[in-house]
Design a binder for this molecule. Sequence first.
Ligand SMILES: [Zn+2]
Length: 197
Amino acid sequence: MGMKPLILLLVAAGVGRPATGAAQGAPVAKPGAGYVAKDSLTKGSYTLVFVSKDSAFSPVTKQRMMDTFFAVYPREAKRFNPRTLKKITFVVDPAYDGVAATGNGVATYNPAWLLKHPEDLGVVTHEVMHVVQAYPNGSCPGWLTEGIADYVRYAYGVNNVRGDGSYPTTRPGKTTPTATASWPASWSGWSSTGTPK
Ligand SMILES: [Zn+2]
């Protein structure tokens, strides 16, 4: 266990974890460091595929993300888009340096962010709403898409109280439209690759 915080720190810093030489008791990465874990869970009519490219990713956080998905996605779908995708993929990717981004039914999460902000399960509620939104390209302005997803995060989120306060609330380099000023946060800057669908 003594080595673990150091390993997590290395991963957070984007440095590959050593494949050998780990302290006694610490998990050892497979040679090649291309470790990928993939799980699939189906509840009712929805399936979540969970891919982790970070072998040090907290199994507790993973479980909580999956629990959050099954708690919020069916409710979001029922209210906003019953024809939304039935199968969603989560990818935990140390190479992604934003917070999270979603497109084409795939939500990508930055494990370094979740390591620092393990209570921010609202990120799951927000990102999967982008799947539900499924607006045809260009039919909804980005700030509105983000505002709606944030509204849903607050209305449907399962961990809002503990997760509050850790979210980025502004988009660097971009003015927040007046219309969104009363909304809790603007996520657009953190979903830069995620032209939500
Ligand atoms: Zn977003």
